[in-house]
Design a protein around this ligand. Structure first.
Ligand SMILES: *[C@@H]1O[C@H](CO)[C@@H](O)[C@H](O)[C@H]1NC(C)=O
Ligand SMILES: *[C@@H]1O[C@H](CO)[C@@H](O)[C@H](O)[C@H]1NC(C)=O
Length: 258
């Protein structure tokens, strides 16, 4: 139908290239520009504010953020390299010297978070003048395995919010930054963009807040009972049982060859 397609994810553990690999393995023909991960958003945000070449990012997060910063030519430390570090003997006179060139702390989901990283990130954010505090997303929990929810990036961001004692800049789905970037590059007006998602309180709510049209699919988190419940105040423009229905409806409407 000639529509442009963007895949938007809060998950920062992979870069766009990482997701591309996943799409390819699933047999889907997707271009890197069609993928908006919160790891990419963090790097693109820094680029958009002309983050100085001589400054560095301290990462509390995984390879997705590292790879995206590399692609934008932004120096970084921390991340996976600090996975095994521990704070030294906490006795009189012990201190950690943070790199004064760290101009931003970027926090995302990090299964290797530890007290050393929390200390280092806190030092940078509190002691380095003008140091930014950026969060890729704040998801409370994530379905890391198929049988259980695990603490999401909200746990890491929450811990650092506690010690840095200010609010982070959020770049995840679908922040103003991301929506603006998509609208600009696709040359579309907000209402010409449809946000498709499976969660009322995130996908659909933010789609509506961003002035997009919205389509809820019932094959994920939100159940039909929740949607139609009189207490629900978030109403998508459209809803279907499953994403597969979109293709079926398009065929029925004669928009694509059957
Ligand atoms: C992020 O996505 C990967 C798969 O692409 C998955 O293995 C991982 O559990 C996800 N992490 C979070 C925090 O959702
Ligand atoms: C994604 O991140 C935003 C913050 O950037 C958060 O408000 C939202 O709940 C997150 N989760 C989803 C599924 O969109």
């Amino acid at each position: 139908m000639g529509k442009k397609l963007y895949f938007v994810t809060n998950n920062s553990t992979k870069s766009r290239a990482g997701y591309l690999k996943k799409f390819t393995q699933l047999g889907l023909n997707v271009q890197p520009e069609e993928i908006y991960s919160s790891s990419y958003a963090a790097a693109a945000y820094l680029k958009s504010i002309n983050f100085p070449q001589d400054k560095k990012v301290y990462i509390v997060g995984q390879e997705g953020i590292q790879e995206e910063l590399d692609l934008q030519g932004i120096q970084h430390i921390g991340g996976l390299a600090d996975a095994d570090k521990v704070v030294g003997p906490l006795r009189a006179g012990y201190k950690v010297e943070q790199d004064p060139d760290v101009g931003a702390v970027v926090v995302g989901y990090d299964r290797y978070i530890n007290y050393y990283k929390m200390h280092y990130a806190t030092l940078c954010a509190r002691e380095n003048p003008g140091c930014l505090f950026i969060a890729t997303n704040c998801d409370a929990v994530a379905h890391i395995t198929d049988v259980q929810e695990f603490p999401g990036a909200g746990a890491m961001v929450g811990a650092l919010k506690g010690s840095i004692a200010r609010e982070p800049i959020l770049v995840g789905k679908p922040s103003e930054f991301m929506l603006g970037d998509i609208a600009k590059s696709s040359r579309l007006k907000r209402h010409e963009i449809c946000m498709i998602g499976d969660r009322l309180d995130t996908d659909i709510l933010f789609g509506k807040n961003g002035g997009l049209s919205t389509l809820l699919v019932l094959s994920g988190v939100t159940r039909k009972e929740q949607l139609l419940n009189p207490t629900n105040s978030i109403h998508p423009d459209m809803y279907v049982d499953s994403l597969a229905d979109v293709a079926r409806l398009a065929k029925l409407a004669g928009l694509v060859p059957a």
